[in-house]
Design a protein around this ligand. Structure first.
Ligand SMILES: Nc1nc2c(ncn2[C@@H]2O[C@H](COP(=O)(O)OP(=O)(O)OP(=O)(O)O)[C@@H](O)[C@H]2O)c(=O)[nH]1
Ligand SMILES: [Mg+2]
Length: 256
């Protein structure tokens, strides 16, 4: 077989090579820590540890910067990064987007943490900005649900219940029941830190920095984009309104 024949045949067997994202859709890359139940055990405080949160923020920041995300939000071991219609990094190739984003997040987290951790990555696409806003509202609901469950579970465990007993105790409880249980155990669910219940948002902001141009010997003002952390995101519909406002304000603002 000629070298060029084998080349063509082997490339054709890279079956997913041609898979591309929809160019006109809103895109979210969602990354999730691999086996973080195991990875966090013994390393981080239960159920929440601000050190883990900061490592997740470091990973989210690397994705925002390297992939030019519009907005990102992280809670627990997951990160969602939003991209607008027309975003064509890697010409929209699915294999590249999921593998490089997972690699970037894993590298940034590992460098900041000092222990090797691994992320998976998937793609979500919605037809409209409203879809994108609903997506982030959905992930926030997941954050709130998981935070309440995790607090109940670990309070029960602290009280001496076995894994099975704690899981059993929570099995039949809806969120109101879990809130009541947590309050009975001395933790007010309404006073849990907002970053645990709603996640941390990463937004771009433009700041003006005074400087000096030595060539022209004049004072100048440089405009820089930087990432601002939102540690106290609004909830529910107010979150949708807030994020919609941020996206509207972001339109037309590219890299300086
Ligand atoms: N100790 C500790 N654990 C956390 C914290 N945030 C998230 N986790 C844990 O991270 C895990 C995330 O859950 P999942 O992503 O569903 O499970 P996973 O073990 O990562 O499994 P895969 O994602 O399927 O690979 C849960 O076990 C959480 O308790 C934290 O602040 N402290
Ligand atoms: Mg995980």
């Amino acid at each position: 077989m000629e070298a060029s024949d084998i080349d063509t045949r082997m490339r054709a067997l890279e079956r997913y090579r041609g898979l591309r994202i929809e160019p006109d859709a809103w895109t979210v890359l969602r990354l999730d820590g691999r086996a973080f139940t195991h990875f966090t055990a013994g390393r981080f405080a239960k159920p929440f540890d601000a050190r883990l949160r900061d490592l997740m923020v470091a990973a989210a920041r690397s994705l925002m910067e390297d992939f030019h995300g519009l907005y990102a939000c992280t809670h627990s071991d997951e990160i969602s990064v939003l991209f607008p219609p027309g975003w064509r990094l890697f010409d929209g190739r699915v294999e590249k987007l999921v593998s490089v984003s997972a690699g970037l997040a894993s590298a940034a987290f590992t460098r900041a943490c000092g222990s090797a951790a691994c992320f998976d990555s998937r793609i979500w696409q919605g037809e409209s900005e409203a879809d994108a806003l609903a997506y982030f509202r959905w992930r926030q609901q997941d954050a709130a649900r998981c935070a309440l469950h995790a607090w109940c579970y670990w309070r029960l465990r602290e009280q001496g219940l076995s894994v099975e007993a704690a899981v059993g105790e929570l099995a039949g409880l809806d969120s109101d029941g879990q809130r009541r249980l947590l309050a009975e155990m001395g933790t007010d669910p309404e006073r849990l830190p907002l970053w645990q219940r709603r996640g941390v948002g990463l937004c771009w902001e433009t700041v003006e920095k005074p400087g000096y141009d030595p060539l022209r010997a004049i004072e100048v003002t440089a405009r820089r984009r930087r990432i601002r952390l939102e540690m106290e995101l609004p909830a529910g519909e107010a979150y949708v309104q807030w994020l919609g406002g941020y996206l509207a304000a972001s339109k037309g603002q590219g890299d300086d």
